[in-house]
Design a protein around this ligand. Structure first.
Ligand SMILES: [Fe+2]
Ligand SMILES: [Fe+2]
Length: 305
């Protein structure tokens, strides 16, 4: 990975999240993670679009890991008596609304940047949550998330080589996802108690997430100077250029599929829309203690490779 665990670690100054006292905040947070993991179904789309065998094999394995992460969060939530519920609109926008329109957008925005944000949040929960059974599960899951981010970084570097227009476009789209994180920070900033040992740090934690995203963009080669040196007009032009390209792509897909213009044409509901009603989620029960695997199957698979 292009950033170290240390660079992505926020100092909560010893503050801890308590599963009973902080029930409501933990329930809200875990529901954001649950939704994020459910968007792992989108990996299937990219498996069909993989540029080479190595990438296809990686994605096939990733899809399994993301579905395991769904179960990880259902286990964590059940252990801490947290109920599944809706994710915040900014999280849905960052995970699904920002879904890439092509391979370069997918690896840059969803894997390097998006999963990079998630990885920071995982590190934060591991460092601050006072519930060892949950942090043990997350410690195993972060190894897989680190691999997903690293794959995104490497594939983005390959994709932008010799293509300055693509670098500009990915930068414009990245600026929008960083804007989404700032909106989330604003939402939290207004609602969190500022005398809480952990929660008072959340806006600063999200600001660090954006600084890490900027560092990642620079190390990948998408950004060639500090973001502070990119003026407001230039940023607006980058976003307009990126979305201009996206709008053109959308128009072309409408031309190839005009039925979608009809008002009564049904839009397909995906698992990310209906997962809360899925019996696997609504009726989730912890496995019997002797049925809990000691290692994630994907890790066992790795040792067999
Ligand atoms: Fe995941
Ligand atoms: Fe992931």
């Amino acid at each position: 990975m292009l950033l170290t665990r240390e660079e992505m670690t926020f100092d909560f100054e010893g503050g801890k999240l308590d599963p009973v006292r902080d029930h409501d905040f933990l329930e809200w947070s875990m529901n954001q993670f649950l939704y994020g993991e459910m968007t792992g179904i989108q990996v299937g789309h990219w498996l069909y679009d993989a540029p080479d065998f190595g990438a296809a094999k990686f994605l096939a394995r990733q899809s399994l890991e993301e579905m395991q992460h769904v179960d990880n969060f259902l286990r964590i939530m059940t252990m801490m008596n947290l109920k599944p519920g809706k994710a915040h609109w900014a999280v849905r926008f960052l995970s699904t609304g920002m879904m890439g329109g092509n391979w370069a957008e997918h690896v840059a925005l969803e894997m390097a940047q998006g999963e990079g944000f998630v990885l920071m949040a995982f590190y934060g929960v591991i460092d601050a949550l006072d519930h060892k059974p949950s942090t043990d599960i997350l410690r195993r899951a972060v190894k897989q998330e680190e691999r997903h981010v690293e794959f995104g970084e490497n594939e983005t570097r390959k994709a932008i080589a010799g293509k300055p227009w693509l670098r500009r476009r990915l930068l414009g789209l990245s600026l929008v996802s960083m804007w989404g994180v700032r909106r989330l920070a604003g939402y939290m900033g207004k609602r969190i108690p500022n005398d809480h040992a952990v929660l008072r740090h959340l806006p600063a934690f999200l600001a660090l997430s954006n600084r890490c995203a900027e560092t990642r963009l620079r190390r990948i080669g998408i950004l060639d100077r500090p973001l502070a040196e990119v003026g407001t007009l230039r940023r607006a032009a980058l976003v307009a250029e990126a979305y201009g390209g996206k709008a053109l792509g959308g128009l072309l897909s409408l031309v190839t599929s005009p039925l979608r213009l009809l008002p009564f044409w049904p839009s397909k509901k995906r698992l990310t829309d209906v997962y809360l009603d899925d019996p696997h989620v609504s009726g989730f029960e912890l496995p019997a203690p002797d049925a809990v695997p000691h290692a994630e199957p994907a890790d066992a698979h790795e040792s067999a490779n």
